[in-house]
Design a protein around this ligand. Structure first.
Ligand SMILES: C[S@@+](CC[C@H](N)C(=O)[O-])C[C@H]1O[C@@H](n2cnc3c(N)ncnc32)[C@H](O)[C@@H]1O
Length: 767
């Protein structure tokens, strides 16, 4: 009976009569059919719901199918399709992934992934095209004094006194003669305009002798002196204008001169005043403020490297201090905070310095070593000697040395050690739970958002604050000491959608519980805003890394020239080496802006003898030019790149390459006409930056060719001039690249995040 109704339903479904089909499947399912019929009906009913736009029910049925038969791909395909329809792309991706784990060659899933990709892009294009959601860096960056600035300002005041910068300049005051003063002022301006600075200066001086109360003259003279690099004298001139009479422009000039005098905190005070007086309209003053701040905070970090940090329209930016050659290591960087990804927690590594602690048994397996005498001899001799030093209070952390144990204790572990904090087990339980479950949210936390990483941020702040309190003879830190302890994290931008913390209420609660229960002097109450801010800091800045020189690498290197052990390297599958991967935030590297034609790349590296990252130039960069890395896989199409960057990082990319490329391989970059079938540009999927689509009528017409010739270029960005023209092949492999660029599977890219799709972004300035 139910079989015949099922067949009837199938006929309706085939005829796209979804309502009738739905009724048939309802009848079948209410008749308690056998397991096979039930699965089939649920599957078909889910399809009907989907076609009728009842996505919730479609999802419900898909989940039932998965529950009844988790080992076939059908349920996951349906689930993924329904989630795609609901615009829940991350969840859909997870569902399809699970299906592909069962059958990596499932063509239906692959096709659905392509459909989903198109849906993502068009949903963005529809909603967002033309809107510039990128933040206005100058307006959003705070001008609040930095913790500890009071002391620095006092120190700078002493220098100003000592050097006499604030002394009133001596002026010979004869008989006041405002008319003559004006004449000389006009003359001075003329000379200044003509570039005769010294003559102009003389005229300003005479003008001031005749009218010493003309503040414009003082200001203009100061500007000339600044140009002549007589910064001390220049500051004396702006100081000659009483504070209450200073215009926004005078404050700005003074701020700029103070910056030249290397008195950044006082310079910031003057520039802050200029910004306030102009009611934040003077972008130049506000930008200069951020430039001064960025230099004072970052110069110590970039000392001895080929780069400096500057402030541009996109906020902080990495700029070449000197000419950089392709292949140069530009700098190395050490994480401010990091944690091992939960995904590979089974690979032992030092939680304090990220050094791999893998033993030969972990790599080869004890039985293999026991059986293979040669291997045993080699590992006995050449495997690096590693210590495993456990925490004395708990079983959660094992370090590579006593030094790391001590450092970890002082820097973050004390408030996170179960022997000290009765609530910390909540964190470890949470991690365990996340590793065991695998819905998309949880997977995110398994990656860059390891809750351990979040906990470590507050733990390191708490340890730092307690240390500062101790140094001042107290047990509980003051507000100022807490603020000072937070300063290392101010380097990381926090940009995202307020309110997201509620989606992770459980994780937030665990953080609160832990830090409320932390030992005296370390306990703090984490507000929801604080939680969100830290979360977005990770979202915008986190970078993956691992020990690039792990014991296996060292071992293989040591035996490389030993004839008798040469064959042992065959025992290692280079694609399957267990690796302890970490997510960290790196202060200098976090200043890199993105370009789809990135001039530098981030790699595993060694910094101060510890695992960290190194940044290598991909091409020559001239001194003074900004250096860019990429946040995503750049081998994908412009449309997808832009959608991805918007989704993950909240900006529409407008890099050189995006400007150069057309809207797609089927659209003319100049006139936006759609190319006919067979005339689409050829791409080479998965090959970053080797083939660039640049089918454009400008180039075509430059060559004297009409727009409808449909040419495209092949070559290496950005050397356009050298790129020859080729005839299109008509190949339509537009979407055949792998989906692995989604989420953070590729460690050479930043860990891109996918859930801050929003239209109400906010900056968290004090983070
Ligand atoms: C890791 S930060 C890069 C440094 C950042 N400029 C800062 O001040 O901290 C990432 C953020 O920089 C901005 N950004 C980076 N590259 C950009 C680009 N090409 N265009 C616009 N904004 C960009 C975006 O707001 C992004 O979320």
């Amino acid at each position: 009976m139910s079989q015949s109704i099922l067949e009837e339903g199938n006929k309706f479904l085939l005829a796209e009569n979804y309502k009738a089909a739905l009724s048939s499947y309802n009848v079948v399912l209410s008749s308690k059919p056998d397991a096979e019929t039930q699965i089939q009906s649920l599957q078909k009913r889910s399809q009907c719901y989907l076609a009728l736009g009842d996505i919730d029910h479609a999802i419900e049925d898909a989940l039932e199918v998965i529950k009844s038969n988790p080992d076939i791909t059908d349920g996951y395909t349906l689930h993924g399709k329904a989630l795609t329809k609901a615009n829940r792309f991350e969840d859909a991706l997870m569902a399809f992934r699970k299906g592909l784990e069962i059958d990596p060659n499932d063509k239906v899933i692959t096709e659905n992934l392509r459909e989903m990709q198109k849906a993502i892009v068009s949903s963005y294009e529809k909603k967002e095209k033309g809107k510039d959601m990128s933040y206005n860096a100058v307006n959003l960056c705070s001008q609040e004094p930095y913790p500890g600035d009071d002391e620095l300002a006092e120190y700078e005041r002493e220098i100003i006194e000592l050097k006499g910068y604030n002394k009133l300049p001596s002026v010979y005051c004869g008989m006041p003669d405002p008319e003559l003063a004006l004449k000389y002022l006009q003359l001075a301006r003329k000379e200044n305009k003509a570039g005769n600075l010294t003559t102009a200066l003389k005229s300003y001086e005479i003008s001031l002798e005749k009218d010493p109360l003309n503040f414009d003259t003082w200001t203009e003279k100061a500007a000339i002196l600044q140009k002549l690099e007589r910064h001390g004298d220049a500051f004396q001139c702006v100081s000659a204008v009483p504070a209450e009479c200073r215009s926004a422009d005078i404050w700005k000039l003074g701020g700029s001169i103070l910056s030249d005098l290397d008195l950044p905190v006082t310079s910031e005070t003057w520039l802050r005043r200029a910004t306030q007086l102009s009611q934040r309209k003077d972008i130049e003053a506000a930008t200069l403020f951020q430039k001064v701040r960025v230099h004072r905070l970052y110069d110590p970090l970039t000392k001895g490297t080929k780069v400096r940090i500057d402030f541009t329209e996109y906020g902080r930016a990495v700029v070449a201090k000197e000419d950089v050659k392709a292949g140069d290591i530009i700098f190395t960087d050490q994480p401010t905070v990091f944690a091992q990804l939960l995904q590979n927690m089974n690979v032992l590594a030092c939680p304090n310095c990220a050094k791999s602690l893998m033993s030969p048994q972990d790599y080869f397996g004890a039985p293999v070593i026991k059986k293979n005498k040669n291997l045993k001899a080699a590992v006995d001799k050449y495997w690096p000697r590693l210590s495993r030093v456990p925490c004395t209070g708990c079983n959660e952390e094992t370090y590579c040395s006593e030094q790391c144990r001590e450092e970890a204790w002082n820097n973050y572990h004390e408030p996170l050690c179960p022997s000290i904090n009765s609530k910390v087990h909540l964190l470890y339980d949470l991690c365990k739970k996340i590793r065991e479950t695998s819905n998309s949210d949880q997977s995110l936390w398994c990656g860059s958002f390891s809750p351990v990483m979040m906990a470590r941020i507050w733990a390191s702040i708490a340890c730092h604050a307690k240390r500062l309190a101790k140094e001042s003879g107290h047990t509980v830190p003051t507000q100022a000491q807490w603020a000072l302890a937070k300063t290392p994290y101010r380097r990381f931008i926090a940009y995202g959608v307020p309110g997201m913390g509620k989606s992770y209420a459980g994780i937030y609660q665990v953080m609160r519980d832990i830090f409320n229960a932390a030992p005296e002097g370390m306990s703090c109450d984490i507000s929801l805003r604080d939680f969100e801010g830290r979360y977005f800091q990770l979202a915008c800045n986190v970078q993956c890394f691992s020990d690039g020189c792990n014991p296996l690498h060292c071992f293989l290197k040591s035996i490389a020239d030993k004839q008798q052990y040469a064959h042992l390297s065959n025992l290692v599958d280079p694609d399957n080496v267990p690796e302890a991967n970490f997510a960290g935030v790196f202060p200098v590297q976090a200043c890199f802006n993105h370009s789809c034609a990135n001039t530098a790349e981030v790699m595993d590296g060694v910094c101060n003898g510890r695992p960290g990252i190194q940044v290598r130039a991909r091409m020559d960069v001239k001194a003074g030019n900004e250096i860019f890395t990429t946040y995503i896989d750049t081998s994908i199409l412009k449309r997808e790149r832009r959608a991805l960057l918007f989704r993950g990082y909240n900006f529409w990319c407008n890099c050189l390459r995006c400007q150069y490329e057309g809207e797609g391989p089927e659209i003319c970059a100049n006139c936006e006409t759609k190319a006919p079938e067979g005339k689409h540009a050829k791409r080479s999927p998965g090959k970053p930056d080797t083939r660039l689509f640049a089918q454009n009528s400008i180039s075509a017409s430059n060559q004297g060719l009409p727009c409808d010739v449909w040419l495209y270029r092949l070559g290496s960005f950005p050397d356009f001039s050298e790129i020859p023209f080729f005839e299109p092949s008509g190949q339509k492999e537009l979407h055949s690249f792998s989906f692995s660029f989604f989420l953070f599977l590729s460690f050479s890219f930043r860990l891109s995040l996918f859930f801050s799709l929003s239209f109400s972004l906010a900056h968290f300035p004090c983070f």
